[in-house]
Write a new protein. Structure first.
Length: 373
């Protein structure tokens, strides 16, 4: 099975998509021109994207500090602290995965940080040899958060047994260094992303106020939808068996080894998708966002506005997801109906965001997920 982050083919279907683009009327052009798109992009850059990137950096740095403490004094107490900060860093990653354009696209943050399920055999080979190159494709699923998840938690192992693997095992030094190297790569890449935004990309992002392919709005809408596709498929659908003829695959869950965090990561992912749609900061400040743009364009859906329909569907999807119990790897086997209900509502949300919204905004969706939604 293809890995989650490469499950979707990033291809541009120019002929088909352009032939299906709706030509704007004069009234629609007037409404579009009257909306402050530069102000909206400024809000995204200053109040959503950059604060989220800095939050993720702080969490990752904090985890690195606690892991170094564990390396110096290997005991279960320090392992527990390192795990807590690891989960915190994994949670904050959910709030930056959506921004895979500009510096983040250059660094391939999403695939380098979170290609799961991890390849445990490749990880073991790397640790046993002590020689590996994280830049080669064969290590894409042997690093990042999923690899650290496997190494810090193991499979059905006691905390004492995990500590011994880092302390007294024949490959203890290599194992300890491997986690450090995974962390160092993520820190380097995230620092490069933040420096890129601070070093000029922010102005480039704000000044690109069109809706054509490659525009800031186009990239934002595409990546917002790519992320909800990942939520639908990678975090929920694939473990539930939606890509395997109904055969559940619990081992495909995100944070599979930590066990009790797969649903929580999905909730945070959905929360961030909503935040980005609303132009809302991590602190809850509501600025200009896609919702305001749709309202300014007077976009309609059935008997009400498209924005109202989307907001309502967010609420329904969040409520259904809240009913799914941890660990997800168990729920997909024993409570299929509840997980499937959440999946169905996320699909409905995806249709609104991926079909209705781009049509109104004149945005071309330039990736293909391959399942027809």
């Amino acid at each position: 099975m293809k890995k989650i982050t490469i499950y979707f083919l990033s291809i541009t279907l120019f002929a088909f998509l352009f032939s299906n683009c709706k030509k704007k009327t004069t009234d629609e052009e007037v409404l579009e021109d009257s909306f402050d798109k530069s102000g909206m992009l400024t809000n995204y850059a200053d109040n959503v994207i950059m604060p989220n990137l800095n939050m993720a950096k702080n969490a990752l740095d904090s985890f690195a500090t606690s892991y170094n403490d564990f390396k110096l004094t290997k005991n279960t107490a320090n392992l527990t602290i390192a795990r807590q900060r690891f989960i915190r860093a994994y949670v904050t990653f959910q709030y930056i995965s959506t921004f895979e354009y500009g510096p983040s696209e250059t660094e391939f943050v999403r695939s380098n940080f979170n290609t799961y399920p991890c390849d445990t055999d490749q990880i073991k080979t790397n640790i046993n040899s002590g020689v590996y190159d994280f830049n080669v494709i064969s290590n894409l699923d042997a690093k990042g958060f999923p690899a650290i998840d496997y190494l810090l938690y193991g499979k059905s192992q006691t905390d004492a047994a995990i500590v011994s693997l880092f302390d007294t095992d024949a490959n203890a030094v290599n194992r300890s260094n491997y986690v450090s190297d995974c962390l160092a790569e993520m820190q380097t890449k995230l620092n490069a992303v933040i420096n890129g935004w601070n070093g000029g990309y922010k102005n480039t992002f704000i000044s690109s106020t069109g809706s054509e392919i490659g525009s800031s709005l186009g990239m934002l809408v595409n990546q917002l939808n790519f992320e909800i596709d990942l939520l639908k498929n990678g975090k929920i659908g694939i473990p539930l068996g939606k890509r395997s003829l109904g055969v559940q695959l619990p081992e495909k869950c995100e944070a599979y080894y930590a066990q009790n965090y797969s649903v929580d990561l999905a909730k945070h992912c959905l929360q961030n998708i909503e935040n980005v749609y609303l132009g809302r900061s991590i602190t809850g400040a509501d600025g200009l966002g896609l919702d305001d743009y749709l309202d300014a364009l007077k976009a309609q859906h059935t008997s009400g506005t498209l924005n109202a329909a989307i907001k309502n569907q967010f609420a329904i999807a969040k409520a259904k997801l809240a009913l799914v119990q941890e660990p997800l790897s168990t729920s997909v086997m024993t409570d299929v109906a509840t997980v499937d209900a959440a999946y169905i509502e996320i699909v409905k949300l995806l249709v609104l965001l991926k079909t209705d919204t781009p049509s109104v905004l004149g945005i071309v969706i330039t990736y293909q997920d391959g399942d027809g939604d």
